[in-house]
Ligand binder design. Structure first.
Ligand code: SAM
Length: 341
């Protein structure tokens, strides 16, 4: 008998040790990461988002807006976990095709694996790691002459924000990173260390309407913050704990937008849309704060006035109360659309 036949069967990996009845830390939630059906159902029923997943927002409203049909083509500019892509492909197939873009080099392969396992194969579904500012180039490389619809669901996904290692949230301790593509560019910590007081005040004001922008910039610019907790404690020290509670989401949002140059990317995509969309093509954009919505509204209205678009949303569509109840992250979402002439 060979050695390997004598060897005891390999043991399943031990679960991580955690205090209490249920795991609290993101990396301890091994059943959620593994996709355990019973655990996922419990988490979703409690109104939370399972670790390592993202719940797509306003799916029905987006399908009603984009009207995907068999045989049409689509660009999902922000693939994320792929929830919207799955819903779109469900209507585009058979005969249609979709390309999904995401700037996140870590998350993208996981989503591609998930969607391939769900049965979405090439060439109907393709994914490219790219900033959506480069969408025209991606389509040209694929040899696609425009698409019938574009979806952009802006900001970060739950997988990114809930993962302490990505440094997006003041609610978890982690490195002060915030890069959507962790393989490129400067981290939020590096930005804070090198930024001037004036520039930081501008970032806080323009990216998050922060009322204490000057005071915060004075106390934060040039400092060395290696972790999300270090920055959080400094904000609490500068403003006091109650005002800091309201300021923290704004400070983190403003830095994230600056680190990822999100407004520049959005403006570039908005300028490229008329070129990307085929005649009568539709675009839907989900925004999560006023700086994004203002830019989308302005670009769509200018396009309507210039005759580039036939029709644009006159107002925003919001998530239903039922959706917000089950997924509080939908509460700040605003949907706008436009139809190419
Ligand atoms: C809100 S999530 C999208 C979730 C997705 N709709 C779903 O159903 O799972 C936003 C995603 O867009 C990506 N993203 C944000 N800005 C981007 C940009 N300028 N270019 C490419 N991807 C971007 C983020 O990395 C993130 O994965």
């Amino acid at each position: 008998m060979s050695d390997s036949a004598d060897a005891p069967p390999p043991r399943p990996p031990r679960r991580k040790r955690y205090g209490g009845k249920n795991p609290q830390r993101y990396d301890e939630k091994y059943k959620e990461h593994r996709g355990d059906a019973e655990t996922l159902a419990k988490v979703v029923a409690s109104g939370k988002t399972a670790a390592g997943t993202h719940r797509p927002i306003m799916v029905e409203e987006i399908l009603r807006t984009l009207k995907p049909q068999n045989g049409q083509s689509a660009l999902d500019a922000t693939l994320g976990f792929g929830g919207h892509t799955e819903a779109l492909l469900g209507r585009l197939l058979p005969g249609g095709r979709l390309v999904g873009l995401d700037a996140d080099a870590r998350q993208l392969p996981l989503t591609v694996d998930r969607l391939r396992l769900a049965g979405f194969t090439e060439p109907a579904f393709q994914a490219v790691r790219s900033n959506f500012a480069g969408a025209p180039k991606v389509l040209a490389t694929l040899g696609w002459e425009g698409v019938d619809m574009v979806l952009a669901d802006l900001g970060v996904s739950s997988m990114q924000i809930d993962n302490p290692a990505r440094g997006f949230s003041y609610k978890h301790d982690g490195p002060l990173d915030m890069r959507m593509n962790p393989e490129r560019g400067q981290t939020a910590g590096q930005l804070l260390k090198s930024v001037s007081v004036r520039k930081l005040a501008q970032i806080l004001e323009e990216n998050a309407d922060e009322p204490n922008a000057d005071r915060l910039a004075e106390g934060l610019a040039g400092g060395e913050y290696l972790s999300t907790s270090a920055l959080k404690h400094r904000v609490v020290h500068l403003l006091g704990s109650e005002p800091a509670e309201a300021a923290l989401p704004r400070v983190f949002q403003a830095l994230r937008i600056a680190v990822n140059e999100e407004f520049t990317a959005l403006e570039t995509l908005l300028r490229a849309l008329p070129e990307i969309l085929r005649p009568k093509g539709r675009v839907a954009i989900l925004t999560f704060h006023s700086g994004e919505d203002r830019r989308v509204k302005k670009a769509f209205q200018a396009g309507l006035a210039a005759g580039v678009y036939n029709a644009v949303a006159t107002d925003v569509t919001r998530a239903s109360a039922a959706e917000i109840f089950h997924n509080p992250r939908a509460s700040s979402a605003k949907l706008r659309w436009a139809v190419r002439r």
